[in-house]
Design a protein around this ligand. Structure first.
Ligand code: PMP
Length: 443
């Protein structure tokens, strides 16, 4: 049958268990607009996952559909390898207008793709080629994708698995995760200690770190549990990499295009990375991934980085429309404002429920860390994670017509990534449903 249950049953029989979202979200989407998804069973959901952050404007935004139709109706070829086209020219121009001025003036773009992980691969290959070194500094909790080098840079040992993905060239350093600060010092004190640790490892000739090819970081960790790095820490990372000639790579795959309240998340701290890795929202919901980088790093020989699908005309057109719309309508600023309001209400939830250990975020990238307060090891100790509770809350939210995703340590952080076009009314509905789900599960 073509009903939801039949579709779900057949897919779960045929599709690999590696499916991620489908396991936790038994929804068969057949229609979507903005923040709303309609399932084959007629149920409607508020989508706070937004294609894992790929939908800055929500589903099927009219300007995105119009841009796609424009390409279809123009007779332009859909597949163009990496040839220059008017569509690509418009996308590149629109993207450069959003970049930090130094990269906009003296930057290069490399079309990778089609996914975020491909752009991470390209960035790592670029800095390794440019520096002639091969080490990499990456961070605990970092997520960069599922292909070889990107996966090796990813922190989560469970997703790295045992399939030959360990990479001795990667040195992992502690990300400034305030709530679970490994130094037992919260706030900027913890971030400063993490920065000093990095510095001392780099400068100690007996520390065992070869001068690396680069440092790879997310300005706000997404999959790692929505952890915004303090601006002071990012500036310290910028200073200490710059002083040692180490290219700094900012993975803005999830944080880009207004999500965190500025167009690019690095703008909060004012740092200018040497390489920016961009995907998800830049394609306006279609697959597109690029790196932009300082021209001095442009070491590619012709043909040194190829790929059949580097010029998806529909994605570039959808991306151009998205970038322009976000900019023209000040959606980054709006994300900052609405995000602050949502965070304030989430703090209320934390005050009400002892199982809400921490709420945090930047702009419309919000996280609610669930814990087991009764299992705390002593007064003032940070309680352990609560994965079963988190899964139950996600399920209860779904029953109430709200799609949320989990992330973070032991998948105990509820992640909210609504489209930047979310209305105030919708943001209230999201929080009402989440509060209701939490109350139902903890009752
Ligand atoms: N980097 C970051 C920061 C991400 O969040 C993701 C995806 N969640 C990726 C890289 C990988 O992107 P993709 O899934 O498109 O390969």
């Amino acid at each position: 049958s073509d009903d939801s249950e039949g579709i779900l049953r057949r897919q779960s029989q045929r599709e690999s268990a590696a499916r991620t979202y489908a396991r936790s979200l038994p929804v068969v989407p057949v229609r979507a607009r903005g923040m709303t998804i309609e399932g084959a069973d007629g149920r409607r959901y508020l989508d706070c996952l937004s294609g894992a952050g790929a939908l800055a404007l929500g589903h099927n935004h009219p300007v995105v559909l119009e841009a796609i139709r424009g390409v279809l109706d123009s007779g332009a070829p859909l597949h163009v390898l990496d040839l220059a086209t008017p569509v690509k020219d418009a996308f590149t121009t629109a993207l450069f207008e959003t970049l930090p001025p130094r990269l906009a003036r003296h930057g290069r773009i490399q079309f990778c793709g089609p996914a975020g992980t491909d752009a991470v691969e390209a960035a790592l290959k670029l800095v390794r080629t440019a520096t002639g070194r091969d080490g990499l500094l990456a961070f605990s909790g970092g997520y960069h994708g599922m292909t070889a080098a990107a996966l090796a840079a990813t922190g989560d040992t469970a997703v790295r698995g045992a399939a030959g993905t360990a990479d001795a060239r990667v040195t992992r350093l502690p990300y400034p995760y305030d709530y679970r600060c490994p130094f037992g010092v919260g706030g900027e004190g913890g971030a400063e200690l993490s920065a000093r640790l990095t510095e001392s490892l780099l400068d100690d000739p007996k520390g065992g770190i070869q001068p690396p090819a680069g440092m790879l970081l997310e300005p706000v960790q997404g999959e790692g549990g929505v952890i915004p790095a303090p601006d002071t820490w990012l500036r310290r990372m910028r200073e200490l990499t710059a002083a040692r000639g180490i290219p700094l790579i900012a993975d803005e795959v999830q944080t880009g295009v207004g999500r965190t309240g500025t167009f690019w998340a690095v703008e909060h701290s004012g740092i200018v990375p040497d390489v920016m890795v961009l995907s998800k929202a830049i394609g306006g919901s279609l697959p597109l991934a690029v790196i932009v980088y300082r021209e001095e790093l442009d070491c590619w020989q012709p043909g040194a980085h190829a790929g059949t699908f580097r010029g998806n005309q529909l994605a570039m057109a959808a991306g151009t429309a998205t970038l322009a719309y976000v900019k023209r309508n000040g959606l980054a600023e709006r994300a900052a404002l609405l995000g602050d309001r949502m965070l304030a209400r989430l703090r209320g939830l934390a005050a009400e429920h002892p199982c809400v250990g921490d709420v945090r975020g930047r702009g419309l990238m919000l996280g609610v860390e669930l814990v087991d307060p009764e299992a705390a090891t002593g007064p003032g100790a940070v309680p352990p994670t609560a994965p079963r509770l988190a899964a139950a809350v996600r399920r209860a939210a779904l029953d109430r017509g709200l799609i949320v995703e989990l992330g973070g340590r032991d998948s105990s952080v509820i992640r909210l990534l609504p489209p930047l076009t979310i209305t105030e009314e919708q943001s209230e509905a999201v929080l009402d449903r989440l509060a209701d789900a939490l109350a139902a599960v903890t009752a």
